[in-house]
Design a protein around this ligand. Structure first.
Ligand SMILES: Cc1cc2nc3c(=O)[nH]c(=O)nc-3n(C[C@H](O)[C@H](O)[C@H](O)COP(=O)(O)O)c2cc1C
Length: 199
């Protein structure tokens, strides 16, 4: 399938087939694909938590607003978090990034309020969501991006100290009867000429 077909056919799954397992190989591919996400100055301020454990997934589902049922049904939940303790993250920058990147980051950090720096870091994590949604489709899997989570409760359940959860992505095989499948709910987008300008 070419990339346009793939993007036209992907949809947000609202119901999953709870009994159809995802081959572990595909999950391992998804981990590596997320790791390879690009980011500004290659800063990589993320953590991706792959939750397959059904008990932990159920705890997270219970604090996921209108998304509870789909998280319980889906075989995989990926939680996307951003570095939140900037002192801890500084050690990552110092130890794992080349000097020219580190200098760039340090300059940015010195030149803006902490809240703005954190917003910029969080934006980088959203790039990984785009990659993850597209990659899921390419792997023959259905997915759901979800900002509808109680992030602070996720943080407690996952025992996170230096990261802040931002959103999650359910992954699995969409249920045949899902009303959000394209057969029942065709793709809805603004017109090309409204959103694309060609000069
Ligand atoms: C950042 C983001 C957050 C979203 N949060 C939710 C959510 O919490 N629950 C849900 O069912 N769908 C959620 N969606 C799905 C969107 O509503 C959906 O992508 C949009 O309506 C377009 O439909 P499509 O993905 O089926 O093409 C989210 C999508 C994005 C990109």
């Amino acid at each position: 399938m070419d990339i346009l077909d793939l993007i036209q056919r992907r949809y947000t799954a609202k119901q999953y087939n709870a009994t159809k397992s995802i081959p572990q190989e595909k999950i391992e591919d998804l981990k590596e694909i997320l790791r390879l996400t690009p980011s500004s100055i290659n800063i990589q301020p993320w953590k991706f938590t792959f939750v397959q454990n059904t008990e932990i997934k159920a705890k997270l589902a219970a604090v996921s607003m209108h998304n509870t049922e789909k998280i319980n049904q889906a075989q995989l939940l990926v939680v996307f978090s951003v570095a939140d303790d900037l002192d801890v993250f500084q050690k990552v920058v110092d130890n794992e990034l080349p000097a020219f990147r580190r200098d760039w980051y340090n300059q940015m950090k010195a030149s803006m309020p902490e809240a703005d720096l954190k917003t910029w870091l969080a934006k980088q994590v959203y790039i990984a969501l785009g990659v993850g949604l597209t990659a899921s489709a390419a792997l023959g899997l259905d997915s759901t991006a979800m900002e509808g989570i109680e992030a602070d409760k996720y943080k407690d359940i996952l025992n996170m100290n230096s990261h802040q959860p931002l959103f999650a992505m359910a992954v699995g095989y969409g249920a045949e009867e899902d009303f959000n499948r394209l057969e029942t709910t065709p793709k809805s987008r603004r017109l090309l000429e409204s959103v694309i300008e060609s000069i």
